[in-house]
Design a protein around this ligand. Structure first.
Ligand code: RRO
Length: 307
C-alpha cells in the first residue's frame, strides 16, 4: 500500500482514506475482507438490528440516469450473527484495515443495548445509523431529524461502550448544523454523512405504480455528490470532530473534492455497486498519483475549501 495514502483517524493509521459505507457488501467477513484487500482503509458492516430482518420485498433498487434509488428495508442478519462475522473479519485484519460496525435502533435503550453487545471487540468503531430513509412506515421520521433525540442516543451509547462512536447523519433536514453540534456535544467521536437523499419515487408507466415495493427509496450515486459536498463542508467547519464524507464519490477526483470539502475519510458506496470493489484500487492509484505530483506527504496536506 502506498505510503502517502496512510491516513490517521481517531488515533489510528489506516492504509487508505477510503471507506466502504454501510449497506454494500457488508454482511459477511469474506466480503468485507475482499473489499479491504481491494484497498479500502476501513469497511462498514450492514446496519445491524437486535433481531434479523428480511427487509422489504423486491424490487428494492432502481437505477436511473445519475444515480440509484434503494429501499432495502434494513435487511440484516441481526446483531448476534453480524458480530460473529465482525470477529471473523477482525481475526484476519492487519492494523491498517479498520472495521466500523453499523448499528440501527429505535430508542436510546436499544442503541445502548446494541453497543453493549459489541463490548468484547477491539480495534473497532461503532456507527449509529440515525438516518435510514426507508423505514418510515415502521419507525417514522429518522432520529437524525431531531437534535435532542440524537444527543440522547449518543449520551446513552457513550455510557455503554468504550469504543469510538460515529453518528451517521441525514441530508434530509432543513438545517444539519444543530444536529451535528448536538452529536458532538453529546460525545460523538466522529460524524458520517450523508445517508441517502430524499426519499424519491420511480414510476412504472405500464402499470402506473411505483417501481419499488416500498414506494419510495433513498437516492445515492453521482446525482447526490453536490449535496454531500456542501453538507460535508458546512459540518466539517462547524465541528471539531472528524467527518467521514460520502455521497456520489466514484473517481479519485471526486475523493479529492470530498477531502477539500473537509472530509477526513471518504466513502465509496454506489460506485462499488456500479463498478465492483476494484474501484478502491483505481481511486487509491489516482489519489496516490495526485499526492505525489503535488508533493503532498498525505491527504492532510491538500488545501481545504475556504468560503
Ligand atoms: O437498508 C436500507 O434500506 C437503507 C439503510 Br438501513 C440506510 O441507512 N440507507 C439506505 O439508503 N438504505
Amino acid at each position: 500500500m502506498k505510503e502517502r495514502l496512510k491516513t490517521e483517524f481517531l488515533g489510528r493509521v489506516f492504509n487508505s482514506p477510503l471507506v466502504l459505507p454501510a449497506g454494500i457488501m457488508g454482511i459477511s467477513a469474506a466480503s468485507l475482507q475482499a473489499v479491504s484487500r481491494s484497498g479500502a482503509g476501513l469497511v462498514t458492516t450492514k446496519s445491524l438490528t437486535l433481531k434479523p430482518r428480511t427487509g422489504h420485498p423486491g424490487p428494492v433498487t432502481e437505477p436511473f440516469e445519475g444515480g440509484l434509488l434503494n429501499a432495502m428495508g434494513l435487511c440484516n442478519p441481526g446483531v448476534a450473527e453480524g458480530l460473529q462475522e465482525a470477529r471473523d473479519y477482525l481475526s484476519q485484519a492487519d492494523s491498517g484495515q479498520g472495521l466500523i460496525i453499523s448499528l440501527f435502533g429505535t430508542s436510546p435503550e436499544e442503541f445502548s443495548g446494541l453497543a453493549r453487545r459489541c463490548g468484547d471487540l477491539e480495534n473497532t468503531f461503532l456507527e449509529l445509523n440515525l438516518s435510514c430513509p426507508n423505514v418510515f412506515d415502521e419507525f417514522g421520521t429518522p432520529l437524525a431529524a431531531s437534535a435532542p433525540r440524537v444527543a440522547e442516543i449518543i449520551r446513552s451509547v457513550k455510557t455503554a461502550t468504550e469504543l469510538p462512536v460515529i453518528a451517521k447523519l441525514s441530508p434530509n433536514v432543513t438545517d444539519i448544523l444543530p444536529v451535528a453540534r448536538a452529536a458532538e456535544e453529546a460525545g460523538a467521536d466522529a460524524l458520517c454523512l450523508i445517508n441517502t437523499l430524499g426519499p424519491g419515487l420511480a414510476i412504472d408507466i405500464t402499470t402506473s405504480r411505483p417501481v419499488l415495493s416500498n414506494r419510495y427509496g433513498g437516492l445515492s450515486g453521482g446525482c447526490v455528490k453536490p449535496v454531500a459536498l456542501r453538507l460535508v463542508h458546512l459540518v466539517s467547519r462547524t465541528v471539531a470532530i472528524p467527518v467521514i464524507g460520502m455521497g456520489g464519490v466514484s473517481t479519485w477526483e471526486d475523493a479529492v473534492e470530498m477531502i477539500i470539502a473537509g472530509a477526513r475519510l471518504v466513502g465509496l458506496g454506489t460506485a462499488v455497486m456500479d463498478r465492483g470493489m476494484e474501484v478502491f484500487t483505481e481511486v487509491n492509484s489516482g489519489l496516490a498519483a495526485f499526492l505525489e505530483n503535488r508533493n503532498y506527504r498525505g491527504i492532510e496536506e491538500i488545501p481545504l475549501l475556504e468560503i
